[in-house]
Ligand binder design. Structure first.
Ligand code: SF4
Ligand code: SF4
Length: 355
């Protein structure tokens, strides 16, 4: 059973899995834990990490809303066209800007949903760029061609030196459309050509276009280096498209991908794959160690995945309204069974492989 695009979010369908607490109940199923799967916290303790500590706060990853023009089957954010309420307000964005400026956080990683659908998106990007920050935007590509008013996004990104990071599950229509929706592949190709046209992904332009690959089933990504070479070869040969780097990301067993695992009766097999592939060498590079993740309503998490499970930081500073960098820098990172997704094989993070 392949991962299929969903017509609605878990939240709209009133699915139990829209609740982070319920997802954690599934992940901590007493019939499987201990007998079959060692607890993640015990696993890392065996490798000398009784607690995971941050190394620094280098990246501020902000989810500015769950609204999206797509409704992908594997979406760990549970984003979609029906997520209209989960949008970061101007006031919350202003607080984020103050924090970034006050603490000299060098990299702002903007994500969603489709972040461009937030009415304050362009203003926020310009303010971050004005502060001299490196701005990364996780763009789903199709938003660029979804409506005339987004057609100039490539020029806007270029003017603000935004690093564009875009999902493309595969270089074929069949595998991309089944996961992300009919027509997504063709629209993505059109958008990539528009980005190339303004210099993105072109040598010497300084405009960085990275792609994100995630498996279209219950397997781990193969070698990032080999995938990147294959994507480059195929996209260039078939469409004349170029890009900088490819990040290979593992699907974590949460949200809509967890729904798919349960529906297809592959949950325990997939967990077994992740647990068996545990690689202690990934621990040093885990993204939770140098990143803070902020939700659309201003709460702070160790990472995007903990955000979706509503596992707030273990700190007195759980919201941007009481942001305390010292308290956050000394926190213990909250881990759970889904963390096996980050430590399997070559590891996985928002920047791809870890080792
Ligand atoms: S484009 Fe991204 S955010 Fe939107 S539904 Fe797909 S995976 Fe989720
Ligand atoms: S899910 Fe990954 S990034 Fe998040 S806390 Fe666990 S190991 Fe860290």
């Amino acid at each position: 059973m392949a991962i299929k695009q969903r017509s609605k979010s878990l939240r709209s369908r009133e699915n139990d899995l829209s609740d982070g607490g319920y997802q954690l109940t599934v992940l901590n199923n007493a019939d499987l834990i201990d007998d079959q799967f060692v607890r993640f916290s015990d696993k890392i303790t065996n490798y000398g990490h009784s607690v995971l500590k941050p190394t620094a706060v280098e990246i501020f990853q902000i989810n500015i809303g769950k609204l999206c023009n797509q409704s992908c089957g594997h979406c760990h954010v549970d984003a979609g066209p029906d997520q209209t309420e989960a949008n970061m307000s101007r006031e919350t964005l202003e607080t984020c800007l103050e924090i970034i400026e006050r603490h000299d956080i060098r990299t702002v990683d903007i994500t969603g949903g489709a972040p461009e659908l937030n009415p304050n998106f362009r203003w926020f990007v310009q303010e971050c760029a004005r502060q001299g920050r490196k701005v990364m935007n996780r763009c789903n590509l199709t938003i660029i061609v979804a409506n005339k008013k987004y057609n100039d996004l490539p020029e806007f990104f270029a003017e603000n030196s935004v690093q564009v990071i875009s999902s493309l599950p595969y270089f074929s229509k069949r595998r991309t459309d089944s996961q992300r929706g009919d027509g997504v592949f063709e629209d993505s190709i059109r958008a990539l050509k528009m980005l190339n046209k303004v210099g993105y992904g072109k040598e010497g332009s300084g405009l960085v276009l990275d792609l994100v690959y995630n498996p279209t089933g219950t397997f781990l990504p193969s070698s990032q280096c080999q995938l990147e070479a294959e994507f480059k070869r195929q996209l260039d040969r078939k469409f004349g498209i170029t890009f900088n780097s490819l990040y290979a990301i593992t699907n974590l067993p949460i949200s809509r991908f967890l729904e798919y695992l349960i529906e297809s009766e592959q949950y325990s097999d997939y967990m077994e794959t992740l647990v068996d592939a545990f690689n202690p060498a990934t621990i040093d590079g885990l993204m939770c160690r140098n990143t803070l993740s902020v939700s659309w309503d201003g709460y702070i998490y160790d990472c995007d995945f903990n955000q979706m499970l509503d596992l707030k930081v273990a700190s007195k500073s759980t919201h941007i309204s009481n942001f305390d960098i010292d308290a956050l820098a000394s926190r213990d990172i909250v881990v759970n069974q889904h963390c096996y997704g980050c430590t399997a094989g070559a590891g996985s993070s928002c920047g791809g492989e870890l080792v």
